[in-house]
Design a protein around this ligand. Sequence first.
Ligand SMILES: NC(=O)c1ccc[n+]([C@@H]2O[C@H](COP(=O)([O-])OP(=O)(O)OC[C@H]3O[C@@H](n4cnc5c(N)ncnc54)[C@H](O)[C@@H]3O)[C@@H](O)[C@H]2O)c1
Length: 306
Amino acid sequence: MKILVTGGAGFIGSHLIDRLTVLGHTVIIIDNLTTGKRENINPNSQFYEMDICDTKLAQIFKEHKPEYLFHLAAQIDVRKSVQDPLYDARSNIMGTINLLSLCRNFKVKKFIFSSSGGVIYGDTPQPATEDNPPKPISPYGVAKLAGEGYVKCFGDWEGLKYSILRYANVFGPRQDPKGEAGVVSIFIEQLLRGKKSYLYGDGKLERDYVFVDDVVQANITCLEKGKNSTYNIGTGISTSVNNLYSAIAQIIKKKNEIEFAPKRPGELERNVLNIEKSKKDLGWKPQVSLDEGLRRTYEWFISDEK
Ligand SMILES: NC(=O)c1ccc[n+]([C@@H]2O[C@H](COP(=O)([O-])OP(=O)(O)OC[C@H]3O[C@@H](n4cnc5c(N)ncnc54)[C@H](O)[C@@H]3O)[C@@H](O)[C@H]2O)c1
């Protein structure tokens, strides 16, 4: 199949493309390389360095006639979205609308949208189901929710088939330790370099960590099985920052200085996703345990690819 992937030079997008090309699909990538890296680009794909807001995107749709589109390109930095919400909205809202319009005009069969359970549900004392009321507290969260809203509008009004995937905290090889999202990569890098680690919220903040290969599999499953609906993609398991840090330190067998620090403004106490609907509708469930995922991520950090 001909598949267009936006954000294909990024962390999750590049893993998705590696899998799609192994499965024999023809892949076209759109990425403006703001956070994406040239070395992540799969050589068996066709890459266009372009912004998703660019009107010239129509030319690519015209030439390649993609049948499916995975939309992962996004400004993903919460702090940046607070500092410059207009910049965030341009990529995360306007860019999404541009792509949806093109999918409608060029009769793309399905639009699979990467969204975020972390920023849409806010604090979740119980694992959040897809019906939990959205409570975004950052411009990034508001923009992701708006993106979902536009996806549904194009689905309802224009007949565009879609699936929306709300990810938990994704981790794995290629995640940038310099970004603010990847606490696993940040801890691994700090431990390897003997640098001090800060455990915010006194290490008690709880998150749902899902390995990138499981997220890739969820996306691929949506090609056939995804309904016009929203699915949580996580593990349903809550892990404290303390436990995460200890698990990583145990794998690396290194020690560094740690400091417990207060929760930063806007940081959630607990964010965990209920994945029962994804299990039932998609027949998907995570396959990689936290320990196994951490081990694979660490092995990548000390490998030649890094
Ligand atoms: N990493 C996570 O834990 C996580 C959690 C929830 C949701 N998500 C979502 O998954 C998707 C992928 O995230 P990621 O972690 O791989 O991030 P990433 O930053 O590694 O990838 C995003 C890619 O999009 C590209 N990009 C950004 N703005 C663009 C624009 N205007 N035009 C073209 N390309 C643009 C970047 O260059 C980058 O390659 C995002 O939509 C993000 O919101 C990620």
